[in-house]
Ligand binder design. Sequence first.
Ligand SMILES: Nc1nc2c(c(=O)[nH]1)N[C@H]1C(S)=C(S)[C@@H](COP(=O)(O)O)O[C@H]1N2
Ligand SMILES: [Mo]
Length: 268
Amino acid sequence: MTVQNSESPSPAPPDEFDRRLRRISRRGFAVGGAVALAGFGGWRWLVSRSEDSGIIWPLRRVLEFNEGLARATFRESGLSPTFPVARARMPRVNGWIGIDPAIDAAAWRLRVVGPAGERSFSLPVIKALPRVEMTTELRCIEGWSEVVRWAGARLGDLAALSGLATRSGRAPDQRERPVDLFGYAALETPGAEYYVGLDMASALHPQTLLCYEMGGQPLTPAHGAPLRLVIPVKYGIKSLKQIGTIRFTDHRPPDYWAERGYDWYAGH
Ligand SMILES: Nc1nc2c(c(=O)[nH]1)N[C@H]1C(S)=C(S)[C@@H](COP(=O)(O)O)O[C@H]1N2
Ligand SMILES: [Mo]
């Protein structure tokens, strides 16, 4: 997995110089992120937040989430296998449930809902989150699989930015504050015709992406534009295309294919 704009876990405890460098690069990301968000109307909201250790708090939460992730994936255990980019193909279009092929990406918003309230995010704001590229296998329960090159933002980073995935509103940290997390994430298409439920650990997995590119190209509506999920630790049924809403909840969400006899968890 190629991870850009984010720190990778380092095996040795960092010395003071290293620590300073990390602090600087964090600020660099925070400023870059703020500038990118500002261009898309998020600036007023951002600057109205109080600052926490010099960094505007919504961005600090994303950084906190990445720190938690670096600790949790220290040994890189539990990662889905990745492949050389040259192995990647475009998969067939599989499943049109809930998809509007004529969706207006500029008017589209991702709705994020939690017990504390809701917020919506435009595509440029999601693209301003740290970009993650990975080449993983899409496995369909129908028996076929394809190696696919993806790019997007981590669902965990969006969860952190929204402040809606935890009781406290802080960044999710599965190791340090597990009881702070809600139990599940529920995703659905804009008209709610297709819907999937995820346990929170899988939703926050570092390879679970809100994907806006496949095969090095912008996502097409058939593959779920403007934004789809890709969750390589699960079968393809969970990789919901054309996301409308993400809801964080303590109640196990309904799931389209689980209601039709497939395993709710759908891990492989
Ligand atoms: N909205 C929506 N998302 C969906 C589906 C669907 O029917 N509707 N099918 C799922 C299934 S079964 C698979 S295997 C993958 C296929 O993704 P692809 O069309 O990009 O190959 O999308 C998943 N996401
Ligand atoms: Mo599938």
